[in-house]
Design a protein around this ligand. Structure first.
Ligand SMILES: Cc1cc2nc3c(=O)[nH]c(=O)nc-3n(C[C@H](O)[C@H](O)[C@H](O)COP(=O)(O)O)c2cc1C
Length: 158
């Protein structure tokens, strides 16, 4: 039997990215794991792998970047990237593109990218109660689910 999709998630600040990962996992019937818990050599056994974290000082979390940079080469395994960040969708695009590019270099077929705002408690913002309180909210999570549905349509039937 084929293994289910896998969503790798580093969510260390407020649990924002984990909420998004869970919303997608429900639709995709995917496993959600921290990258360090998954042997990178097993990724090609999955029909789809998601890679996501919050944005920290202008990039995905160092743990995720380190994991991705050490991935072995695969042959066309489907992948997607996702993030939550203080700045939200438009601003996180370059960081998403850069992660996509590393994955393509490793042989993944990147099939999509998702971003939304997340409650941001970076120190200077904490003083004013943080930014984007309540995000990801129900609407953000519904969008995450719709994104997962679009990707699921392209997966082989299980
Ligand atoms: C130390 C720190 C640095 C951050 N740097 C950025 C940043 O450069 N750009 C941005 O848009 N958001 C930034 N954020 C906001 C996080 O990306 C946001 O809160 C994200 O949703 C955290 O995800 P998590 O709760 O899943 O870890 C920062 C947050 C912290 C705590």
């Amino acid at each position: 039997m084929e293994r289910p999709p896998l969503i790798l998630c580093v969510s260390v600040s407020e649990g924002n990215t984990a909420l998004v990962a869970r919303a997608m996992a429900e639709v995709l019937r995917a496993d959600v794991r921290e990258p360090e818990d998954v042997d990178p050599h097993t990724l090609s056994e999955r029909p789809l792998v998601g890679f996501g974290s919050g944005i920290f000082r202008g990039s995905h979390h160092a743990r995720l970047r380190k994991y991705v940079e050490r991935l072995p080469h695969v042959r066309g395994t489907r992948a997607f990237v996702y993030t939550t960040s203080g700045m939200g969708r438009s601003q996180s695009l370059p960081w998403q593109r850069s992660l996509e590019s590393v994955l393509r270099d490793r042989g993944f077929e990147v099939v999509g990218s998702f971003s939304c705002r997340g409650f941001d408690t970076w120190l200077p913002l904490r003083i004013v109660g943080g930014l984007n309180k309540g995000h990801p909210d129900a609407e953000d999570l519904a969008r995450a689910g719709e994104f997962a549905e679009r990707i699921a349509e392209e997966l082989p039937a299980r």
